[in-house]
Design a protein around this ligand. Structure first.
Ligand code: THU
Length: 134
């Protein structure tokens, strides 16, 4: 299989980040996911006047992947605002776990650069997944 193009994934995350609806936090996030067919699915955070109803970028990207018929997340990219790393929140780490395992690579970027790369296993050690229920 071809090497994952993390630059392309980060570019997709940057592009969708522009469309984020984040009038309350003013913290825009974009996420892009590569599925098992090599397709890229993007999502941005969508906040709500009833604050807890807001959605993370990763959740939107996962919904797009599933809606397109994807079943696996092969690689992920998340772009926020530097200098701190916009790593997926705890809830989104678990959401990603539903469609990936410990070896999922997650690139974290800002407007210009890839800042770091983690695996899901690093971000969510000793995780609980679908196999536990099989
Ligand atoms: N946010 C994401 O969309 N993804 C992350 O990985 C971290 C946080 C959003 C949620 C909220 O709209 C804003 O960033 C500030 O927390």
């Amino acid at each position: 299989m071809a090497a994952t193009d993390f630059d392309a994934l980060l570019a997709a995350a940057r592009a969708v980040r522009e469309r984020a609806h984040a009038p309350y936090s003013r913290f825009k996030v974009g996420a892009a996911l590569l599925d098992e067919l090599g397709r890229v699915h993007a999502g941005c955070n969508v906040e709500n006047a009833a604050y807890p109803q807001g959605l993370c970028a990763e959740a939107g990207a996962i919904a797009a992947l599933v809606a397109a018929g994807g079943t696996r997340v092969v690689a992920a990219a998340v772009v926020g605002v530097g200098p701190r790393l916009t790593t997926p929140c705890g809830g989104c780490r678990q959401k990603l776990r539903e469609f990936a395992r410990d070896d999922l690579p997650i690139a974290i970027g800002d407007a210009q650069h890839e800042l770091a790369r983690f695996t899901l296993g690093e971000l969510l050690p000793h995780n609980f997944g679908p196999e536990h229920l099989a």
